[in-house]
Design a protein around this ligand. Structure first.
Ligand SMILES: C[S@@+](CC[C@H](N)C(=O)[O-])C[C@H]1O[C@@H](n2cnc3c(N)ncnc32)[C@H](O)[C@@H]1O
Length: 352
């Protein structure tokens, strides 16, 4: 195995500090000597290893799903800075060979910035040529558990690296291609759809026809719509109006009341919450629902403050975790800044 020098992490542009802070915390906790190289609004972060154990080991020791602000990651050798305009394949194949691996899959990526997105066409057109060259060099194998990663910063600068397929994002750059359903009441609907895909492995077990849900801050109904599509009976709480067509489904009951005081009569299967409220207040509210046995599972988002965003996230999730532990409620809590999240993250708690 070669000595990888760094881990490359992709994130939402503007959240490099949070992505860096989070991976650095894990590197320190797991005793990987490293430092960060990151610039604001670039959409990626480098964690550079400085000794033993080799930094690539962090990718096998840390569950990718634990990372909130990282969309994709891979271990890499140094960056290529001067890829020629003509015959890019030869130097790339040399770099790829130095990884000393075979690959099951390849991902050609670019940062999620305006500049980065201009490389989308180039990556699409270049991929078949690279695949053909890899095949010729016998560098592809269906038995390999590794994916080859190329992150282009422009047509000359590229990071080349590798990630285990099972412990990285399964979708390119961690960005799901979801289509806005024409009958959904709001674009917010995509947040809940992405959250369900990301957090729930066995959707048909957790979302069954006839289950019950409460949607706090529901109007106009994009999240309720997702639940109704899955056959759930929804109680929508919001002082604002719900979309008429969704209400005509007969699956949604709407109460114009305050989400902080509403309580269901019986335990419900799913609590969902998409309110623009202080994250600490939302966290306390969610914990209260579990402690009072008002819900079994929850998906909610936490709007992030302007400053100390990682600290706020850790405090909010820590509070919920602690309170549920104190109440002896076995639970799993996961969080992610989803592609459809802006200044927010989404969290999911499962107890069943
Ligand atoms: C971002 S919108 C929700 C969008 C919704 N999830 C969708 O997909 O259409 C936030 C909603 O939270 C509601 N809200 C904020 N604070 C609330 C509270 N204390 N009680 C009830 N609703 C509240 C607002 O009225 C607003 O409609």
């Amino acid at each position: 195995m070669p000595d990888y020098t760094q881990i490359v992490l992709l994130c939402r542009p503007g959240f490099e500090k949070e992505c860096a802070g989070e991976i650095m915390d894990y590197a320190s906790e797991l005793a990987f000597p490293a430092y960060i190289q990151a610039r604001p609004d670039t959409g990626y972060v480098l964690l550079i290893g400085t000794g033993e154990p080799n930094i690539a080991g962090l990718i096998s020791q840390l569950d990718f799903k634990q990372l909130i602000f990282t969309r994709q990651w891979f271990a890499s050798l140094a960056k290529i800075n001067d890829l020629p305009e003509q015959n890019r394949i030869a130097p790339l194949i040399d770099a790829i060979k130095s990884l000393e691996q075979k690959f099951n899959d390849i991902e050609l990526a670019y940062p999620d910035t305006n500049e980065g997105k201009s490389l989308s066409r180039f990556c699409k057109q270049f991929k078949p040529h690279l695949l053909a060259a890899l095949k010729k060099q016998k560098l592809l194998s269906p038995h390999s558990g590794q994916r080859l990663h190329l992150l282009f910063l422009d047509s000359q600068q590229v990071f080349v690296g590798v990630a285990p397929i099972e412990n990285s994002a399964q979708i390119a750059m961690g960005i799901p291609r979801l289509r806005m359903p024409s009958s959904a009441p709001s674009r917010s609907t995509l947040k809940l759809e992405e959250a369900i895909h990301w957090f729930i492995d066995n959707e048909s077990r957790y979302f069954k026809s006839g289950m019950t849900a409460v949607d706090l801050g529901a109007a106009p109904g994009g999240w309720s719509w997702q639940l109704v599509q899955r056959g759930l009976l929804v109680t929508a709480i919001d002082n604002g109006p719900m979309e008429t067509k969704l209400m005509q489904s007969g699956m949604v009951e709407h109460y114009k009341t305050d989400a902080f005081t509403y309580r269901p009569k019986k335990t419900i299967d799913w609590l969902v919450c998409d309110m623009a409220e202080r994250p600490s207040l939302v966290s306390k509210l969610i914990a209260k629902w579990f402690i009072r046995e008002d819900c079994r599972n929850a998906i909610f988002n936490l709007k992030l403050p302007m400053k100390k965003r990682l600290q706020e996230v850790n405090e909010c999730l820590g509070l919920i975790h602690r309170q549920l532990d104190e109440a002896n409620i076995p639970h799993q809590i996961q969080a992610k800044q989803l592609y459809h999240d802006r200044e927010e993250i989404t969290a999911c708690i499962i107890t069943t």
